[in-house]
Design a protein around this ligand. Structure first.
Ligand code: SF4
Ligand code: SF4
Length: 489
């Protein structure tokens, strides 16, 4: 008797009815679709390994740097101030996926998702080689030899591959230069980075060794979205029910009315998610096309035309005509064009630098011994260009006082952000109602100029006390004659 309580019916292909794991060991069906996917998978693997090393205009082709709070894509760096741009980029990506799914079903899942690509074309082939293919793996499962000799070797090879994949994956987030430092240093010199790498490696190993297809079945939300993303005209991998049924083994007693499906279950044993495509469109189907190849080879053997399982649509299978113009196919491209158009326009209108002005920390102003009022202003400059720039800082509206700038001009390397503080010292009587309007001007020769209106804080005539307001401003264009800032070594 089973040690597990028995559920009424199977809830997941990877679970037996008693809740124990049903290991899916799909039998490869090496037909034309498999070969096409193989080519695409190995090209994608190469692209995945190469991208962190590719530089465009001196910048990484892709780098999502959390410590620097920057995202670089194809040589363009999105800064923390680029919320709108980033949202438009994300929106374009999501709408693109919606459009792709509406047109071609789960083509991403079956052909390009890293989970499918690495599991089916890297990890499972090694397993088949070491364990003797479908038959050998199932024999080891039946004998419950999860830690058998050949499997230990498989796990060791998986660990090496996972380490390599983890390094490549993290290069997308820290960059290849930083990664090289991590690799060269001892773990004791950078324990946090070492822990990140170790956890990522273990997660990848666990995913491809144990969790496997359950990532698609349980963890990934995309399969659950497909019911709303697909329509009845979307291209899917589908079983031709009208042609196949009634199914049954072909023999001398078969009637002329029998369907083409001989119920050989080749489409089931080859399925990497363990489902039967003859049950209709299912959330678990990743559209990998393996059942097409399996069934086509059976049809060849029994002398029936190929395509009992094929790329089709629900309406085409029901004998309805193909409709090219459908609401989704019109609305998604329209939304995508708008989103991409807005993104490109916003990117083209961006200046070569972003300037953000903030009040100093603590009290908004300080009264000096001679009675003058000093305001600290923090200026953050993000250089969007690829080369070093020297930003000169001036202040308009402070002629009766002085401006102290510890570093002026401020040198900012290409693609980086720096912050400096200036101090504006004004006579007490320069303030009206506790405020004084000035402009902070930032200039880089003829390449960049920005003037930001700002209000200094000072004692109000009524109280003469320190205020407590805080605030910030981001650059906008303006023209004022500037009072130069004093340098301070
Ligand atoms: S049903 Fe067919 S296409 Fe869908 S996952 Fe299984 S083998 Fe792949
Ligand atoms: S492979 Fe084709 S013939 Fe065999 S069970 Fe599946 S659909 Fe039927």
């Amino acid at each position: 008797m089973s040690a597990h309580p028995v559920a009424a019916g199977r809830v997941l292909p990877t679970l037996n009815e008693d809740g124990s794991r049903n290991w899916i060991r799909p039998r490869v069906s090496p037909g034309p679709w498999w070969r096409r996917r193989q080519v695409i998978a190995y090209v994608l693997m190469f692209v995945f390994f190469a991208i962190p090393h590719v530089r465009i205009m001196g910048k990484p082709a892709f780098l999502m740097s959390f410590p620097k709070r920057e995202f670089t894509l194809m040589g363009y760096t999105f800064l923390p101030t680029d919320t709108l741009l980033f949202m438009l980029l994300l929106a374009s990506g999501v709408i693109g996926i919606f459009l792709l799914t509406a047109l071609f079903g789960r083509v991403w899942c079956g052909w390009a998702c890293p989970q499918t690509v690495y599991l089916e074309f890297l990890f499972r082939p090694i397993e088949r080689l070491l364990e003797g293919g479908y038959v050998g793996s199932r024999k080891l499962d039946r004998e419950k030899k999860f830690w058998g000799g050949r499997r230990i070797l498989k796990y060791a090879i998986y660990a090496v591959l996972s380490l390599f994949l983890a390094h490549t994956f993290l290069a997308y987030f820290v960059g290849t230069e930083e990664l090289a430092v991590w690799v060269r240093q001892s773990p004791w010199e950078h324990p946090k980075s070492f822990m990140v790498m170790a956890i990522t490696t273990i997660a990848i190993w666990y995913n491809f060794t144990y969790f496997r297809e359950q990532t698609c079945l349980i963890a990934c939300p995309y399969g659950r979205w497909q019911s709303v993303l697909l329509d009845k005209q979307s291209v899917i991998v589908a079983y031709d029910y009208n042609r196949g049924e009634p199914r049954g083994h072909q023999n001398a007693s078969s009637t002329a009315s029998a369907g083409d499906c001989i119920d050989c279950k080749a489409c089931v044993t080859t399925c990497p998610t363990g489902i039967d495509i003859r049950d209709g469109l299912q959330m678990e189907c990743v559209h990998c096309t393996q059942c097409i190849d399996a069934c086509d080879s059976i049809m060849d053997k029994v002398g029936k035309p190929r395509g009992l399982i094929r790329y089709s649509s629900q309406e085409a299978l029901a004998g309805k005509p193909r409709k090219l113009l459908r609401p989704r196919v019109v609305l998604y491209p329209l939304a995508l064009s708008l989103s991409l158009g807005a993104l490109l326009f916003a990117m083209a209108s961006k200046e070569s630098a972003d300037v953000t002005v903030l009040r100093g920390m603590g009290a908004p102003f300080v009264e000096e011994a001679n009675g003058q009022i000093a305001n600290q202003i923090r200026i953050k400059i993000a250089n969007r260009g690829n080369s070093e720039a020297r930003y000169t800082i001036n202040v308009d509206g402070a002629r009766s006082g002085r401006v102290i700038a510890p570093e002026n001009p401020l040198v900012v390397q290409g693609g980086t952000t720096r912050e400096t503080s200036i101090f504006v010292v004004m006579p007490r009587d320069a303030f009206e109602n506790g405020e004084r309007a000035i402009s902070v001007n930032v200039k880089d020769g003829a390449r960049f100029s920005n003037s930001i209106p700002w209000r200094l804080q000072g004692p109000s005539a009524a109280s003469g006390n320190n205020g407590s307001a805080t605030g910030s401003a981001t650059g906008s264009a303006g023209t004022n004659s500037a009072a130069p800032a004093e340098g301070r070594p």
